[in-house]
Ligand binder design. Structure first.
Ligand code: SF4
Ligand code: FES
Length: 383
């Protein structure tokens, strides 16, 4: 295979620590501990290497990246290497002083998450008292600081009815972009699928709301909205294709082709502590495993869409079929597509309580997850 083009973007998971406990968190079930995180100097070297290999964007993520007191310094360093910098944040640890310092450090963009337009439900889903009030304040501070703002709302059966109100909030905040992201079911979200998967009726209503808003707000607010995989007929091009566009570095320095890649068995992940980033991107086993089309089985191998959706999502294929090399069952040409239809037909039952994302070893191992029915609110002092 020819040398791949450099990745467009690096997702820098500075930490898995987070004051929130969202039941659809994209972090792995086995969260990395603070003592294993890379220090500032190691992250600076990662950004140097990323810039040298042609990466254009760094997305500072977590956990909650603002847990790290060196966030501003790391943004300043990445910016000095002419990398476009985006902060993916829950907002709850930011204040006016930190936002102003981030702006001075050269931060280009903030992607702020919001769990719901309804205050009590926002706080309940986040597992954090007062989350919504803090987020509203941060949205205003971000715009006041002159930073570009994307509002990111993860939608599911317990907030989808309020999509119109959430769109109004994005307008009120002066956001440039609104991402309406349906939950992706692996990791924590897979544990909570029965509590989160919308009904078909909910989804159809939401699709109509999104379509109408996109048309009405053209030129005022860019709206990203994709129909969720479980109701799709063809899969999305997950990550823009495995090891084609994105590179992900975990808090401890492991380099992944996708943030959920550790759910797949049989992959070996190299660390930036031991091996240069560019070398990992080009040659490491985990990146080579599903890059391109050579690995594909039928029906993907002879499908005209194989270089459009790249066979869909490897992590979802594993989660639903037990083999990450299978065609994503979101594709109706997959022999496993019927299992998705069966799952969506069971959404009429009342939702069970959430398993909240926790650092506890029991929850992290998946042995006996934390189970909270309503608002086990935590405060920043427990971060
Ligand atoms: Fe995509 Fe494979 Fe389905 Fe074709 S068969 S649409 S390549 S997932
Ligand atoms: Fe890993 Fe889709 S989430 S490839």
């Amino acid at each position: 295979m020819n040398a791949p083009d450099p990745p467009l973007a690096l997702l820098a998971e500075l930490t898995h620590r987070c004051p929130l406990a969202c039941p659809y968190c994209s972090n792995p079930l086995a969260l990395e501990r603070a003592r294993d995180e890379m220090d500032s100097a190691q992250w600076r070297r990662v950004f140097d290497e990323a810039a040298q290999m042609g990466v254009l964007q760094v997305h500072f993520s977590g956990g909650e990246p603002a847990v790290r007191r060196d966030l501003e310094a790391l943004v300043r360093h990445a910016s000095s290497r002419e990398l476009y910098t985006n902060l993916i944040t829950s907002g709850v640890l930011l204040d006016a002083a930190r936002i102003a310092e981030l702006a001075r450090a050269g931060l280009d963009h903030v992607q702020l998450s919001l769990q719901d337009s309804d205050g009590p439900n926002c706080d309940r889903i986040a597992g954090f008292d007062g989350a919504q009030a803090r987020k509203f304040e941060v949205a205003r501070l971000v715009r006041k600081a002159g930073l570009a703002l994307t509002l990111n709302i993860v939608v599911h059966r317990q907030n989808l009815e309020r999509l119109p109100a959430m769109i109004e909030l994005a307008l009120e905040f002066g956001a440039h972009r609104l991402e309406i992201a349906h939950v992706q079911y692996y990791g924590w979200a897979l544990k909570n699928r029965a509590a989160l998967l919308p009904t078909r009726a909910q989804l159809e209503a939401a699709n109509a709301v999104a379509d109408e808003a996109r048309e009405r707000l053209r030129g005022r607010l860019a709206i990203d909205y994709v129909v969720p995989d479980y109701y799709a007929r063809r899969p999305k091009s997950c990550m823009g294709g495995w090891a084609r566009r994105f590179i992900n570095v975990t808090p401890s320095g492991k380099v992944l082709p996708c943030h959920a890649a550790e759910t797949l068995p049989g992959l070996e992940f190299d660390s930036v502590r031991q091996r240069p980033l560019a070398d990992i991107w080009r040659h490491s086993q985990a990146f080579q495993r599903f890059r391109g089309t050579d690995w594909m089985p039928e029906p993907c191998r002879s499908c005209e869409r194989r270089e459009i959706d790249w066979g869909g999502c490897r992590c979802q294929a594993f989660a639903l079929t037990g083999d990450g090399a299978n065609t994503d069952p979101a594709c109706e040409l997959s022999p496993h597509h019927g299992s998705l239809i069966e799952i969506t037909e069971q959404t009429g039952a009342p939702p069970p309580p959430f398993h909240y994302r926790r650092f506890s070893s029991k929850a992290a191992s998946g042995a006996r997850p934390a189970e909270d029915a309503r608002a086990p609110a935590r405060t920043p002092s427990r971060v």
